[in-house]
Structures are given as structure tokens and as C-alpha cells.
Design a protein around this ligand. Structure first.
Ligand SMILES: [Zn+2]
Length: 200
């Protein structure tokens, strides 16, 4: 890269930023340049909040959600323990919560199964989710993974494993624009997808 011209520190920064998802070398270089030309306070503030958040985050052993210092949403006694909504990530959980049409439990997969990206059931600890479903007598299980090929594949795979353990299993994707992502669609569309959910 630019080591001979600019020095190894700059190269190292670009290399580190490139490790983040959706950031190629070009974007990493642009971000590095931006940080270098702005006052050091900005870099320090970003680095500090990254380290602090990463240090404090814990994963809930029941629902796989992120927790920071306070108790997890799954320990809220006012929520329906017999409803389970399966989501890809924490942003999807937040979107559904903001929609205000759901008051049950969640399971955060922290990813989607994907043959093309090599993500297997083991990588997402699907076994843990399946055994939780087998042990809990849920009234309804709702799949809220994106209507993309990985989102569909993930929902169908888990459905195949749990279909005999819950009488009502549904999918919210119908009504959502094909190819859209749960955390990007507006609240009204998401709310409608919940109301219009179809049995699997
Ligand atoms: Zn939890």
C-alpha cells in the first residue's frame, strides 16, 4: 500500500478499518483520511466509545440479545412468555419494539444461515434455540428474518426442526417488500407485516 510514502501507521489503520463489514479498502482509506485531517478529539472519541461499548456488552444467555449493564428485555415480567419472535440481529429487535405491536419474547440469531457465506447452524448455535423451543410450550413462534434468500433459508431450516413442537408458527415476511431488510423498513410496514403474518 502506501507504507513507503506515508508510513506503516497509516497502512495499519486502513487494514484495521477494512476488517469491518461493508468497508472495502477504498472506504477504509477515505475514513482514515477523514480522521487524519480532523482534530484528534474526534478519533479519540470514536475509539473510546468503541472500546467502552465492547468492554461492557454481554450476551443474554436466554435470548442472545446484547445487554449493557441493565437487565435484558426477556426478564421483563410484563411480557408474554409464551410468544417467541426470532430475529436476525439486535436492530431488528429494536425495529419491532418501536413498531409497538409485539409484547413477547425474542431470540436473536446474531446472523443468518448462509451457504454462500459459509454460515452453518453451529456458527449461530441453532441447537440452543431448538432445545429452548422443545422445552418451552410456546403458544406461537414468529419468524421475522428478512425476506432475502438467506433469511428464507434460515426460517425454513429452523421451522423444519421445530414444527412438531409448536402449534402456531408464522412468518412476517409476507407483506414486506421482497429483498427488504427488517431494520430498514418503516414502522407502519413492519406493523402490517406482523398483523398479516402467515402460518408456515
Ligand atoms: Zn435476554
Amino acid at each position: 500500500m502506501s507504507e513507503k510514502i506515508l508510513g506503516k501507521e497509516f497502512d495499519k489503520l486502513i487494514e484495521s478499518l477494512s476488517k469491518l463489514p461493508s468497508i472495502g479498502e477504498k472506504t477504509a482509506s477515505r475514513l482514515a483520511l477523514y480522521l487524519m485531517k480532523n482534530p484528534p478529539d474526534l478519533t479519540l472519541q470514536i475509539a473510546k466509545s468503541m472500546v467502552e461499548a465492547r468492554k461492557k456488552v454481554k450476551i443474554c444467555h436466554i435470548c442472545n440479545n446484547f445487554i449493557f449493564n441493565k437487565s435484558c428485555i426477556c426478564s421483563d415480567k410484563s411480557r408474554n412468555k409464551k410468544l417467541l419472535c426470532i430475529v436476525e440481529n439486535v436492530f431488528d429487535l429494536i425495529s419491532i419494539e418501536q413498531g409497538g405491536h409485539y409484547n413477547g419474547q425474542y431470540h436473536v440469531l446474531q446472523g443468518l444461515l448462509s451457504a454462500s457465506k459459509g454460515v452453518s447452524p453451529k456458527d449461530l448455535n441453532i441447537e440452543k434455540l431448538i432445545s429452548k423451543i422443545k422445552k418451552t410450550n410456546y403458544d406461537e413462534i414468529i419468524f421475522a428474518t428478512d425476506p432475502t434468500s438467506d433469511g428464507e433459508f434460515t426460517a425454513q431450516f429452523i421451522f423444519g426442526e421445530i414444527k412438531n413442537y409448536c402449534k402456531s408458527i408464522s412468518r412476517i415476511a409476507i407483506g414486506m417488500p421482497i429483498g427488504s431488510e427488517v431494520d430498514y423498513i418503516d414502522k407502519n410496514t413492519l406493523a402490517k407485516s406482523f398483523i398479516d403474518r402467515k402460518r408456515m
